[in-house]
Design a protein around this ligand. Structure first.
Ligand code: FAD
Length: 469
């Protein structure tokens, strides 16, 4: 039967059940530039476009006509596309975030009215999210038992590899695709795309598989070094996972096989697999509590007097807090679209604890700036740092950014790379600045030290439970 593959965040040929189902007969892959996409952040759209180009080329190499890119809403366009092909099914890899859920419901209704149907496939997660329930049948709120349950059931096995040939459905009445040449999904990107292009990691499925392989070779160092932003010790797979250039089930299966074969790296690989469980936990929480990006998980935090938009927040956005590790991280994000996990925690803690500024402002800034933006991971981690998330244990933590820098950037290499006069990172950062940000230096170091003390006091005054950590 003729079918449509509705491409969302599954830019891969291997372990892609939606694509495999569509490719059983003549098919077309379509991608929509719709309201849901345009509401995503600029850096994320910039990175998605790279994934889209790579996937289009991969389809063409298998004899397919490539992705048809259309501007407009799926529930209006898909019924017409289904009619043009005489198709009965639209296959989609389920990306279970609230905006996509809303879109799926509208599409489902419109297709049913026409006697066709939307078929959702797994592949974005290790395991179907509804399978993991507590003994009482509820959702998990704490990571450790969640991860134990996940390991108990085990990740789903990856599905088939890349289909050998992808048969294109003949398309009389099929619309013209928006041309990939000149396509710019992120015209609103700060400073233009040149800086991010220059600092990009290779995109696409083959690059993700190669990156995983390379990482697993050096995974024995992961546990000891993963918190060091001055060392390239982590996998760098978050963009590929966020966009589905590689499936988490494939990552899990490959990592598991290497863990068994290489005892020297077994602990490092196990730790890496536990990070994949954090990704899964974030999605578990978002599915359970779709308002996670908008509301504190813990109701008692609804009344907390966070500061709204303010001058300190403005300086934070501009990487001019005067706190070296915080400013370095914010610069790294602006120039590369990425930020080391440890630094994300320190940057987020500075905004929420020392500056007592609403975590949702930070979340929105990360959403706009991160090339690995993931609605679940971003929301869970911001709530976790702010202290209002479900896993209560660290809610009191006030990171001291100077101590964090001493521990995790002991030689100062990371900070120098982004702040040092004449450093390549600092120059690249300057090149991204809009005119009204230019020439506004960072405060002197002693002001930063004073701000740490003042911010700490502000946090202690604001909440009886906050404590140094
Ligand atoms: P590795 O250390 O190699 O980890 C492997 C994979 O595990 C990652 O690629 C990622 O998919 C997953 N993972 C690791 N840590 C976490 C975590 N804490 N939560 C959820 N998944 C995790 N990650 C995103 O992918 N998108 C986001 O939008 C995002 N926003 C964040 C916001 C804040 C405030 C914080 C503190 C963390 C955020 N993270 C986010 C999590 C984490 O920082 C990144 O996943 C990690 O830095 C990516 O680098 P890596 O691929 O080399 O990670």
């Amino acid at each position: 039967p003729t079918a449509i593959h509705w491409l969302t965040r599954d830019f891969r040929l291997g372990d892609n059940p939606a694509l495999a189902a569509a490719a059983r007969g003549p098919m077309r892959s379509v991608f929509f530039i719709d309201a849901q996409l345009l509401a995503q952040g600029a850096a994320s759209r910039w990175r998605l476009e790279r994934a889209l180009r790579d996937f289009d080329a991969a389809l063409r190499q298998r004899g397919d006509a490539g992705v048809t890119i259309l501007r407009g809403e799926p529930h209006e366009l898909l019924p017409r596309l289904v009619a043009a092909l005489g198709a009965a099914e639209v296959h989609q890899s389920d990306w279970p975030c609230p905006a996509m859920r809303a879109s799926q419901q509208r599409v489902d209704q419109a297709l049913r009215a026409q006697g066709a149907q939307l078929v959702l496939h797994p592949g974005h997660l290790l395991i179907h999210p509804r399978l993991l329930r507590t003994k009482g049948g509820g959702a998990y709120r704490v990571f450790t038992p969640f991860a134990r349950a996940l390991r108990g059931i085990g990740a789903d096995r990856p599905g088939a590899g890349a289909p050998p040939r992808i048969p294109t459905a003949p398309g009389a009445g099929w619309p013209q695709s928006v041309a990939l040449d000149g396509l710019d999904l992120a015209p609103d990107l700060h400073g233009g795309r040149a800086v991010l292009d220059a600092h990009a990691l290779p995109a696409g499925e083959a690059a993700a598989l190669a990156r995983l392989d390379d990482f697993l070779d050096r995974a024995s160092e992961y546990e000891a070094r993963r918190d060091r932003p001055d060392i390239d010790a982590t996998s760098g797979l978050s963009e590929a996972l966020a966009l589905g250039e590689i499936s988490p089930r494939s990552v899990w299966a490959i990592a598991e096989a290497r863990r068994r074969d290489n005892p020297a790296a077994a602990d490092g690989i196990a730790k890496f697999m536990s990070e994949l469980c954090w990704r899964e936990f974030a999605w578990h929480l978002l599915i359970e509590f779709p308002q996670m990006a908008e509301r504190a998980w813990r109701p008692e935090w609804a009344e907390f007097p966070w500061r709204g938009d303010n001058a300190d927040f403005d300086r934070w956005r501009q990487a001019r807090t005067g706190i070296a590790l915080v400013d370095a991280g914010l610069r790294e994000m602006r120039v590369t679209g990425r930020m080391h996990n440890r630094v994300r925690m320190v940057v987020a803690s500075w905004l929420t604890k020392h500056l007592l500024t609403d975590w949702r402002l930070g979340l929105a800034h990360f959403q706009d700036s991160l090339s690995d933006w993931d609605p679940a991971a971003n929301a869970m981690n911001w709530q976790w740092v702010a202290g209002c998330g479900p896993d209560a244990a660290p809610f009191f933590r006030i990171f001291n950014p100077e101590r964090q820098a001493e521990r995790f950037d002991p030689r100062g290499d990371y900070r120098r790379a982004w702040l040092g006069p004449g450093a390549a990172g600092a120059l690249a950062y300057d090149a991204t600045l809009p005119p009204d940000w230019r020439g506004k230096g960072r405060p002197p170091a002693d002001e930063g030290t004073a701000a740490i003390a003042a911010g700490r006091q502000r946090a202690l005054d604001a909440h009886a439970g906050f404590r140094d950590a």
